[in-house]
Every structure is written in structure tokens, then in C-alpha cells.
Design a protein around this ligand. Structure first.
Ligand SMILES: [Zn+2]
Ligand SMILES: [Zn+2]
Length: 358
């Protein structure tokens, strides 16, 4: 029996070696393999277009700190044929492409504020949604100042836009699609929200959060067919997230583990690295994982998902340190977000179906 198994394994190894040899030396075999790989990678994840659910995908759960596992702030919501991104940091487009998510029908980008890690990916999204079929100007919603961001990107990329249109033709890249359409969302008072968008059953509202000296900074809520998601944006612990996130299905909340960032500060200080000052300063305008859990409880959110994870969590032990104390506050309904987390919320139901697109 042992001899038979050994012979079987030997045969498999021989076949694999011959197969590898054929591909290695034969251009025709290489091309056939390449075509198969391409075919498997140019499909589209069309499940998110099903109009009987609210679909939420995280395409960036990191921060300005370098992190090979996490792109900067990026989320995308599909509902009733509308497509909204919430912030667009560096690397977000890479994730959307990797997960084969459709962007040609992008309705607009909802910007929470204008820190670099929330806007630096906009040009990539603009170009690739344009290539995927967006014909009109890309709508950028945000606090006052969004006109400056739009004007800046417009100017910086005007030469590139010209090259693209000249090379591929205006039939493919429409002139209008090269432009941005900044839409200033009126600054709500602290105790009210404003309607940003209300069409086809999709309602987007904005509310104030606390990220001083960045002010105003917004959180957003999206409601569709009885399902809802709230994005805290960047904020320290703010009761407004609970107030406007009342009974929300999914709360996507930023989190910075101050106990870990203090260790980074100490380490940098010991080396005489001036960036210790940055580590010292940042905890005061972000929320800790425990504080975000308290807000989720106050809101009555069904599921809390952490995003904008600071610092980088390279392994399970770091994740455990990050989440220290959370289970004492909230034992259930907590997920550490990751790039590729896809939450499907079927219409008029209580279900939250979690998919991993990685
Ligand atoms: Zn920020
Ligand atoms: Zn940020």
C-alpha cells in the first residue's frame, strides 16, 4: 500500500514537472495560460449591483501610516443602482480593482474631510471610473473647501486628461468626464443633520463630528430600503455619531489605540526621532476602540466595524492589544475591519451577510 501511494505521488510529481517544463519552454503554452489568467481576472463582481440589498465594501481601512495590508480611507456603497464612495485615500483604487468592483456608474464621492489620507486616491478613482464608462463630471460632496480640492486636482491632471482624450478619442473618454463637480454640503448645526442626496430610495445625510483643528468634519449616514450604514469619518468620541447613527445596522467607526500609539511615541523619542511629536498629538482627535464601542452601544448599532486602524496591526497579538478592553464594553457585534470586507444587507430584513473578497 505504502509503495502504491509513493508510486502515485511520484507520478503526480512527474506530470507536474512535465507540465511546468512545457509552459516554461513553449510560448504557445505560456499564451494559453496567460489567457486563462486574464479571463479569470477581468470579470466583475456584479453581486453588489443587486438592487434588493444595501451593499457596503471596505476598500481601505488604514491611515496615513504605511501598512502593506491596508489602503488609506476608502469605502464604497452600492444601493438601488447608485454608487457612492466614502473618502478616497491612496491605494483604494488598487483594492477596488483587485476585488473586481464596478465603478463605471459612480454617483459621487462623499468626503468626510480633507486630510490627505481621505483625498489622495481621488485622481485614480476619477481616471478609472471614467475609463469604466462614467460620462459626466465626477461629483465630490464635502464640507466647504471641497471646491479647492476639486480645482486643485482638475488643474494638476489637466494635461493627463488631454493626453487620454487625444489617445483614445472623445467617444471613449468624454470631455465632461474629465471634470470634477464639487458639491458643498451645507454645514449642519451640531444638533441637526442635512440631506445630501435623496433619489431612487437612497438617502444620504451628513452630520458634524469632532476632528479639530479640522472643522467642519462630517460623518455620513446612508439609508436604503429599511437598511442603514453610518460612517463616523475621523472623529474623537462624539455623541453625534450615536445620535445620527440611532438604530443603524452597521456603524463603520474609526479607531486609534492610544495605548499602542503611546508606545510608538516612546520608541521614537528614545531614538531622538522628531516624529514622536506626531504620535503625541494624534490621539486627541481620534477615538479609541473602546470609545467607539461605547458609541456603538449608545446608538444601538447592530454591528460595529473598526476602520482607519491606527497603528498598523501586523499579527494576531497586535490585534488583541488593539481590541483590549472592547469585550468588557461590547461583547457582541464587533468586527475588526479589513480591506475586502463586504457586508450585504438584504432589503427589509435584519440580516447582515459578511463576505470576504480577499
Ligand atoms: Zn483626519
Ligand atoms: Zn484620517
Amino acid at each position: 500500500m505504502v509503495r502504491l501511494v509513493a508510486a502515485g505521488i511520484g507520478l503526480l510529481v512527474t506530470v507536474a514537472a512535465i507540465g511546468f517544463g512545457v509552459v516554461w519552454f513553449s510560448p504557445a503554452a505560456q499564451d494559453a495560460l496567460m489567457r486563462r489568467v486574464v479571463a479569470a481576472n477581468v470579470g466583475g463582481n456584479v453581486d453588489v449591483l443587486d438592487e434588493d440589498a444595501l451593499h457596503v465594501v471596505l476598500c481601505g481601512t488604514g491611515s496615513p501610516m504605511p501598512d502593506p495590508e491596508r489602503a488609506q480611507s476608502c469605502a464604497i456603497v452600492y444601493a438601488g443602482g447608485k454608487v457612492f464612495m466614502i473618502d478616497s485615500g491612496l491605494g483604494g483604487w488598487d483594492r477596488l480593482a483587485r476585488f473586481q468592483l464596478p465603478v463605471g456608474g459612480l454617483t459621487g464621492i462623499l468626503l468626510t474631510h480633507f486630510h490627505s489620507d481621505h483625498i489622495s486616491g481621488i485622481p485614480d478613482i476619477a481616471l478609472n471610473s471614467w475609463a469604466a464608462g462614467r460620462r459626466d463630471a465626477l461629483a465630490l460632496y464635502g464640507p466647504p473647501g471641497v471646491e479647492t480640492v476639486a480645482k486643485g486636482f482638475d488643474l494638476a491632471y489637466s494635461l493627463d486628461d488631454g493626453y487620454r482624450i487625444a489617445h483614445h478619442g472623445p467617444e471613449f473618454f468624454s470631455e465632461e468626464g474629465a471634470a470634477y463637480l464639487p458639491i458643498v454640503v451645507d454645514v449642519p448645526s451640531r444638533d441637526s443633520s442635512v440631506t445630501v442626496y435623496d433619489e431612487g430610495g437612497v438617502k444620504v445625510t451628513a452630520f458634524r463630528v469632532s476632528h479639530e483643528p479640522v472643522d467642519p468634519a462630517y460623518g455620513y449616514r446612508i439609508d436604503y430600503k429599511g437598511r442603514s450604514v453610518v460612517f463616523s469619518g475621523d472623529t474623537k468620541k462624539d455623541g453625534n455619531v450615536a445620535r445620527f447613527g440611532k438604530d443603524v445596522d452597521v456603524l463603520i467607526h474609526e479607531a486609534l489605540a492610544d495605548h499602542m500609539v503611546h508606545m510608538l511615541e516612546e520608541g521614537l523619542e528614545l531614538r531622538g526621532d522628531r516624529r514622536a511629536k506626531v504620535m503625541h498629538d494624534i490621539p486627541d482627535y481620534h477615538a479609541t476602540p473602546v470609545q467607539a464601542a461605547e458609541i456603538a452601544n449608545e446608538a444601538g448599532a447592530k454591528l460595529l466595524v473598526y476602520t482607519h486602524i491606527v497603528p498598523r496591526l501586523p499579527n494576531a497579538i497586535a490585534e488583541r492589544v488593539f481590541l483590549r478592553g472592547v469585550s468588557d464594553v461590547r461583547s457582541d457585534g464587533v468586527t475588526l475591519g479589513y480591506d475586502g470586507l463586504y457586508l450585504e444587507l438584504p432589503a427589509d430584513s435584519e440580516k447582515i451577510v459578511e463576505h470576504d473578497l480577499r
